[in-house]
Design a protein around this ligand. Structure first.
Ligand SMILES: Nc1ncnc2c1ncn2[C@@H]1O[C@H](COP(=O)(O)OP(=O)(O)O)[C@@H](O)[C@H]1O
Ligand SMILES: C[C@@](O)(CCOP(=O)(O)O)CC(=O)O
Ligand SMILES: [Mg+2]
Length: 337
């Protein structure tokens, strides 16, 4: 069947345990959440690749006014860089599909805050690959699309563990290590996400940790190993048949240890730590950064206390989001023949 237009969507994620250390081959646990990026792909007649990114603020925009005219200029390098995940995703699919000269227009709308540790880069890459591959007639499984999403992150960031594109493509809860994943049983977790309102670039934060590790391997390696141990313990607790009260209390303590280790790596900020402590003071059993840090989001585990923790996050100057874990990963929403 020849296809004219495809709409695909892919979810955000939180990393429950193990961000950064996962880049060095340690395990991590992540879950897809119910915020999505939507990508529409269709053919155009120009032969060009056109990207309409409705949620991206254009960096380096210069505007000059006269009496009756407005001139816009842009720092083209920075504007192009911000679209590099989408561009690489399209180019990779075109390569996989064999040389194809037809123009493609990709239009993106997203519910996921950008640079906030919720995997917007992976979601946009996965949804783009999903939409464009279907348009070009490639039959790829969600798992294969996750692997291509990993290649996109590697190309753009220089380093990526692949956990974000994997969980965004397949959904649910995963335990991930060195490119391999295991689906953990689905469970509702009473969590609250707190957004600082500022952002951090994963590319820069991963590079910063790498530099510290190169300069002080004896100091940084034990921190990364301890993070790996936290993840293995968390997996054990998640899979245990302990009752919820004990299970959540243990998971909370492990989250706090994980946050301390991330802070030791230098990826927390004053605001993130303020939200983490506000949540704990309001009764969360644990709270930690999610994602690369440097701004962005934290999350708290707060059974019976979700609304108190959300209020505490607001008072501390953050934006709370009560999210649910999403079973579904990449979804083809609509295909127009
Ligand atoms: N809606 C979107 N449209 C186009 N590009 C996006 C979109 N959302 C995210 N991106 C890309 O992902 C980058 C942010 O990725 P990253 O630094 O990994 O942070 P995170 O994945 O935590 O949001 C943005 O600078 C942009 O290049
Ligand atoms: C820091 C890291 O572990 C997670 C980054 O997640 P995010 O882009 O901040 O949502 C990097 C990676 O796993 O590739
Ligand atoms: Mg990212």
């Amino acid at each position: 069947m020849s296809v004219k237009r495809v709409l695909a969507s892919a979810p955000a994620k939180i990393i429950l345990f193990g961000e950064h250390s996962v880049v060095y081959g340690k395990p991590a646990i992540a879950a897809a959440i119910d915020l999505r990026t939507y990508v529409r792909a269709e053919f155009n007649n120009t032969g060009a690749i056109k990207i309409e990114a409705h949620d991206i603020r254009t960096p380096g925009l210069i505007v000059s006014f006269t009496e009756d005219e407005i001139y816009f200029e842009s720092d083209y390098g920075r504007a192009a860089e911000v679209l590099s995940y989408v561009r690489q995703a399209i180019e990779l699919v075109r390569e996989e599909a064999g040389a194809n000269g037809r123009g493609v227009t990709v239009s993106i709308t997203s519910q996921i805050p950008v640079g906030a540790g919720l995997g917007s880069s992976a979601a946009v890459a996965v949804a783009t690959i999903g939409a464009v591959s279907k348009l070009l007639g490639l039959e790829l499984s969600n798992e294969e699309i996750g692997k291509l999403g990993h290649r996109v992150e590697l190309l753009v960031q220089g380093a990526s563990s692949g956990i974000d594109p994997t969980v965004s493509a397949i959904g649910g809860f995963i335990h991930y290590e060195k490119g391999n994943f295991e689906h953990l049983p689905f469970m509702e977790l009473p969590i609250v996400v707190g957004y600082t309102g500022s952002s951090g670039s994963t590319k820069e934060l991963v590079a910063m940790v790498r530099k510290t590790r190169e300069e002080m391997p004896d100091v940084v390696e034990p921190i990364l190993s301890a993070m790996g141990k936290v993840v293995e313990k968390a997996r054990e607790v998640l899979l245990s048949d302990l009752d919820d009260e004990v299970r959540f209390a243990r998971l909370g303590r492990l989250m706090n240890i994980n946050h301390g280790l991330l802070d030791a790596l230098g990826v927390s900020t004053k605001k993130l730590s303020e939200l983490v402590y506000a949540a704990r003071t309001a009764g969360a059993l644990g709270a930690k950064i999610t994602g690369a840090g440097g701004g962005g989001c934290m999350y708290a585990l707060a059974p019976e206390r979700q609304s108190e923790v959300a209020t505490a996050i607001t008072i501390a100057g953050g934006t709370p989001m009560i999210t649910r874990i999403s079973r579904e990963g990449l979804r083809i929403e609509e295909v127009l023949p």
